[in-house]
Write a protein that binds this ligand. Structure first.
Ligand SMILES: Nc1nc2c(c(=O)[nH]1)N[C@H]1C(S)=C(S)[C@@H](COP(=O)(O)O)O[C@H]1N2
Ligand SMILES: [Mo]
Length: 277
């Protein structure tokens, strides 16, 4: 069910610049409550309250009786065991909301080596790439996902035995948060050279794109890797930076190292090694 319908029938203020605190019901007595602040604009655009999954009631471990689904944003925003939606003017912050701020203000932020995030009342950019580009946001929040991709077949350490001269189909998926995928490239030599993959399926498909690439392997060991580009021209970086580089944004094809290892979309660390006979 669209969240907007519930907010509307409750007579809540639906102004674009409001925030909605989505509060979970899983905290033991006296511990920080799991809660996320989400901008009203996103909630009204495409967020859902889910009470079923694949035609069955929602299982307990996925948030029954009802959870929030925030499409295109990092999973942490999809609050499970939802007990309350609270419309407010700011994110959860300050002493008044003390029990509710831990997961919003301290965890699920990108923090470089040697720094501590400070509380924010509000921000104006949500896509993680846009937060990187906003100098007022030093420690970005885990909201809109960066462009990313994965090869799913062949699988890690698979041995391929194609007939001589036959090709193998490399298949994978790519996604770009609230943006669309515009291209995917595949490399069979660990990122030295790249080939355009074919985007499959429907480009109206909002969440992810499948891709394929026909490859005729020579015998030996190969490192397969994919990299996607979104419709704003942003491409996955190659590697994660060193902590002491203290990067605050993607630069020199490096993703900024952060304390909890969140949100990396670098293609290098997820390469797949396969052997062809
Ligand atoms: N109430 C509540 N909701 C939560 C969490 C939680 O700890 N408590 N974890 C979040 C995180 S970090 C993720 S990745 C997803 C995981 O959802 P899943 O278990 O359905 O895969 O739930 C999110 N929602
Ligand atoms: Mo998570």
């Amino acid at each position: 069910m669209p969240v907007g319908e519930v907010l509307h029938s409750a007579g809540a203020c639906l102004d674009d610049d409001c925030w909605v605190a989505a509060i979970g019901d899983d905290a033991p007595e006296g511990e920080s409550v799991f809660a996320r602040s989400l901008p009203m604009r996103k909630l009204l655009e495409d967020c859902l309250l889910a009470y079923g999954m694949n035609g069955h009631p929602l299982p307990a471990e996925h948030g029954a009786p009802v959870r929030l689904i925030v499409p295109g944003w990092y999973g942490t925003n999809s609050v499970k065991w939802l007990s309350r939606l609270h419309v407010m003017e700011t994110m959860l912050c300050g002493p008044e909301w003390e029990e509710y701020t831990h997961w919003q203000q301290e965890k699920y932020r990108l923090v470089p080596q040697g720094e501590q995030p400070t509380e924010r009342e509000t921000i104006d950019a949500f896509d993680l790439g846009d937060q990187f580009a906003d100098p007022s946001i030093r420690h970005p929040f885990m909201y809109g996902m960066l462009v990313n991709s994965l090869i799913v077949s062949p699988g890690p350490d698979e041995s391929l035995a194609p007939e001589r001269g036959d090709s193998v189909t490399i298949q994978g998926v790519a996604w770009a948060g609230d943006n669309d995928i515009s291209a995917v490239e595949v490399s069979t030599d660990g990122g030295e050279t790249w080939h355009s993959a074919t985007l499959l399926g429907d480009d109206e498909q909002p969440c992810w794109r499948q891709f394929g690439f026909e490859w005729t392997p020579r015998s030996g060991t190969h490192t397969l890797v994919s990299r996607a580009t979104d419709d704003r021209g942003r491409t996955q970086p190659a590697a994660i930076s060193d902590p002491d580089e203290r990067l605050l944004t993607i630069a020199n094809r490096k993703f900024p190292w952060n304390k909890r290892g969140y949100a990396s979309n670098a293609y290098g660390p997820v390469a797949t090694t396969v052997t062809a006979e």
